[in-house]
Write a protein that binds this ligand. Sequence first.
Ligand code: ADP
Ligand code: ZN
Ligand code: MG
Length: 640
Amino acid sequence: MAKQNQKEPEKKKDEEGCWEKGTCEEPDLFGPLFKMPNKGQFKFSLWYFLLTLFILLMINSLFVPTPDSLVGFSEFKKKIEQGEIVSVQLGDNFYYGYTAKPTETKGPQKVYRTVPVNDPTFIPLMDSKGVSYTKISEKGNAFVNFLLTWAVPFLMFFFIWRILFQRMGNLGSNVLALGRNRAAIVAEGTTGVSFNDVAGCEEAKEELKEVVDFLKNPMKYTSIGGKIPKGVLLVGPPGTGKTLLAKAVAGEAGVPFFRISGSDFVEMFVGVGAARVRDLFRQAREKAPCIIFIDELDAIGKSRMNVLGGNDEREQTLNQLLVEMDGFDSRTGVIILAATNRPEILDPALLRAGRFDRQVLVDRPDLAGREAILKIHVKGVKLAPDVDLHKVARDTPGFVGADLANLVNEAALLAVRNGRTAVTQADFTEAIEKVIAGLQKKNRLISPEQKRIVAYHEAGHALVAAFTEGADPVRKITIVPRGIGALGYTLQIPTEDKFLMTEKELYGRIDTLLGGRAAEEIVFGTVSTGAANDLVKVSDIAKRMITEYGMSPKFRNVALNQRQPTFLGPTAEAPSMYRDYSDATQSYIDETIASIVNDRYEKVKNLLQEKRPLLEKLANRLLEAETIEEGEFATLVHSN
Ligand code: ADP
Ligand code: ZN
Ligand code: MG
């Protein structure tokens, strides 16, 4: 029963892989070990290696003497005395005694083997008996022995070493190419994106056009001593078109364009990332004028201070990046673009003068911007004459470019599903709801009793909104379950895009949110878990009113929460880090939140009690029709 008046845009991943790095081969343990110039002629893989080892062992076993019987040294001597052994081979580890001379071996002969003892009488004994003896080296084949004891371990070592270097992302026989980076060099204009494909962020476009212009006619700027910034940082929420803008710059500039994502630098081995940065800049300087684009800069640019334990690799990479940025000036014609949606976690050193000193905010589009973006995305879509993109834009405040692209696609899919040949306004309306609240689940079963609770709950939200000054108008109430968790919702859409909210409007929002639970209590005498989501929002608003907006009686006009300045508001990843007030103030905050919520709740309950007949009427209508639209709602409320 979440009341939704703000959309949580789904983060949409960049799906265009057309200019991704594509040339890099992945390390392959069983792949080629040696790469000869004519590729694939001579391969040495692990399988060959194991096979060779096996063959060597087989050969070696062939040289092992025929089966023999191991005897004690004294018995060996006795057999010589007795004349049984007539020929002896003296090895280092064993003596072998043969019952026939090597020259007259015919047929099977017996072999005795013994462990030698340092016995000075042994040789004289053999001499006196006329036994022929020779010194031998153990186990026959010296070559195989050499291979097993020296060559094999060496090969093994070489093999492991090789794997390690492959792991570092480097291939080919040249291990010194260790830090070769994987940035794709995008040839001029190949991104196929131009500034016309981006809308709703005009200021950002203007600044980037200047960058493009500088790369095209550097003289125009340098001749009057103008300086173009070295680094331009695109900052904005996910899906607002930062990557798209960078692609547009590449498309327009007509200069080589290196694109790499911050996460590409972060490698397993310390030092590799730094080497990559060095190599990237070296390549860029060779190709100047050109553009380097580092997407998702926060992956390497994270502040070095608040990382517990530190991350050597990332730190080295970041340091190298800073060094490289200092090492050239923009007159060389290399311009660095970077994008991030979390500027607040970037290392301050990155933002200092001479580095990313120019920041371009790519914010959520406004009404006109949304309409322009929609116009771009409906280009390839067949539209019915009744489609009013202005109205669609009006109904989608807070949507970013990626959401709008998604919306158009959803609308087209719905049109197909409904058997239409063109997309109608109704498809858009349904797509908006879909994108807002997840897929409609008409067939989801819900018991009649629960349905009644949901109906009163939503009617409560809507009624309070209708009778509260400062609350956004109700566009739609529904008890059709959507997505996960939301059993119904009341859709309020602000009449215009709001960048500021007054104290009155904040209270209006709190009241409306509390309306659901208050209605439940009035009608059923008890409350349900359905309001959980509402209560979270209520507490959040109340807390911010006290700590951030200075709207509490005691700390009027005092900000209690010192936070790092952010463009995008606090995120889950970067909560406020410092609290510069006492524990006593904390209890005051907690108590004041409770008292604000209590006061408002009583007020809302009174209002609903007063409007009880209308509440019944609304809830019953909801149970019957499941959905009440803006117009019908207004009639119901005002006929009363
Ligand atoms: P970001 O990098 O800011 O997260 P992207 O540039 O990856 O966002 O945007 C994703 C997709 O959303 C784009 O490929 C484009 O289709 C659409 N889009 C986003 N912003 C815009 C915009 N301002 N104008 C047109 N299309 C946009
Ligand atoms: Zn609710
Ligand atoms: Mg992006």
